[in-house]
Write a protein that binds this ligand. Sequence first.
Ligand code: NAD
Ligand code: 89V
Length: 346
Amino acid sequence: MPDKKLKGGLIGCGFFAHNHLHAWAEIEGAEIAALCDRDEKRLEEASQKFGIANLYTDAAEMLASEALDFVDIATTVATHRPLVELAAKKGVAVICQKPFAQTLEDAQAMVNACKAAGVPLMVHENFRWQSPIRAVRAVLDAGKLGEVFWGRVSFRSAYDVFSGQPYLATEERFIIQDLGIHILDIARFLFGDVTHISAATRRVNTNIRGEDVATILLAHENGATSICDCSYATHLPEELFPQTLVEIDGSRGTLRLGANYQMIVHADGHTQTFDVSPKLHDWANRPWHNIQESVFNIERHWTACLKGGQQPETSGADNLKTMALVFAAYESAAANLEAIDVRLMA
Ligand code: NAD
Ligand code: 89V
């Protein structure tokens, strides 16, 4: 007999949730059985597009009426804590979009609430689930580069993210909280946890409120040093949005994940080039397909973890460490690049 499908409820049917819904429709072991959005128009649009009939404008009502195995929260950050705590109270497992929280206190409270309720909690931190980033990690795991001593994770673009996500232009904090968070998480994923961080930020685009450029230096527990740099003010001859580029130097060789998903590994005197392009799902659209594929990958991971009783890779507890980097980066930038000891935070 085939495994019973897990039943999920999606909260927040906005811009990015459509990617969640497309990906869920392809996940074998799970289905979205109900939708919730306090905006009826958005709720109706998603219902029509994805053929989901159980609709709610109130998350508490959805949780009271539906027998759900999990909720997938795709609202913006201000609503994460009340929604996560609501699901925990009902004993329902939770996926929560990034940025998980606006303060470390809120993030810790959500982790505590889910732990006390005994429900799994995963943060939808999907960039590390992009297949080019997994390919980089596989090279490291194979030990091909020897001891890694330096890395760079870089995202530089002038793509107009504000038309799809207008809130990004009006928040006091922008690039580190929205995008740098992914880049910092990739640095943790590739080079390990961090002891100290320094950052400088700048706002180039005067039409937005927050910073749109950040340069961040990380000292990792294993002695490696990395740079995370991100910009939405960088006009390149070829616009690479939303590609993350990676450089790694190790004692036996180097790795470069360059433009258009070309990965070059030079180790022990031999050079190999790999095309690590992401899969283009039927529903995906370029240039977003890299991110869209990672949504499918992280949802599949969640489904396997929930069925198998394992902790997801980007559990709430794990994400506290990424959140600590975000807050420490802002603290450092406000104090003119002062080095912050992040071990004292998470
Ligand atoms: P959005 O504003 O377009 O959509 C959010 C939706 O949530 C809205 O329709 C709103 O009405 C609804 N909502 C808000 N509070 C609610 C509540 N209490 N109950 C029910 N519905 C509620 O935002 P978006 O651009 O889709 O972003 C959502 C989240 O996804 C953000 O946290 C953003 O950072 C994140 N995001 C992640 C990625 C990624 O790759 N991981 C990409 C884009 C956006
Ligand atoms: O991934 C994100 O959170 C998006 C984008 C890639 C546009 O920054 O907001």
